[in-house]
Design a binder for this molecule. Structure first.
Ligand SMILES: [Fe+2]
Length: 61
């Protein structure tokens, strides 16, 4: 049986990639039609990219 730590070490990076690519797609979809919403989504995307970096560091340690 797989431990929950090992499970999340495998699953979390996949989930983060999906989250990041989804936000990137939303930014592309918004284009220049709604700059306010686009800035909001870009700030969320930036946070998720930081979380991905943190996760990479954590999994490497
Ligand atoms: Fe996050």
């Amino acid at each position: 049986m797989i431990s929950s730590t090992s499970f999340w070490a495998r699953v979390a990076p996949v989930l983060l990639r999906i989250v990041i690519s989804t936000y990137q797609e939303i930014v592309r979809w918004l284009g220049d039609h709604d700059p306010t919403t686009r800035r909001l989504i870009e700030s969320i995307l930036e946070e998720e990219e930081e979380h991905a970096d943190d996760l990479i560091d954590l999994l490497a340690s």
